[in-house]
Design a protein. Structure first.
Length: 97
């Protein structure tokens, strides 16, 4: 091989290896500079990001009710008894429990 053909072969191999290295990185975006455009676009189209109800500092409800709910959460009441099972025996119409 001549010196020029070896040089061309090395340059082509170097160019192709650069493309393959970027391909093998397996990024989720198209390029490294893609950023977080989906979140940016959704925030850009938000009319008013502040919820008006967040300015309300008066908490509705009382402490006794909240304490009862917390107690029922920690110690739930026992489940109700299951209904009795009725079985029809034969054709006599007699039922047992």
């Amino acid at each position: 091989m001549s010196r020029n053909s070896v040089l061309i072969l090395v340059l082509c191999a170097g160019a192709l290896s650069g493309c393959a290295a970027d391909y093998l990185n397996n990024y989720d975006s198209v390029t490294l500079a893609a950023g977080d455009t989906q979140k940016f676009n959704s925030l850009l189209q938000t009319v008013d990001p502040l919820n008006p109800a967040s300015k309300n500092t008066k908490i509705e409800g009382d402490g006794t009710r909240a304490a009862n709910v917390a107690q029922n959460y920690k110690h739930p009441p026992p489940p109700p008894a299951p209904p009795p099972i009725t079985v029809n025996v034969g054709n006599s119409g007699v039922t047992t429990q």
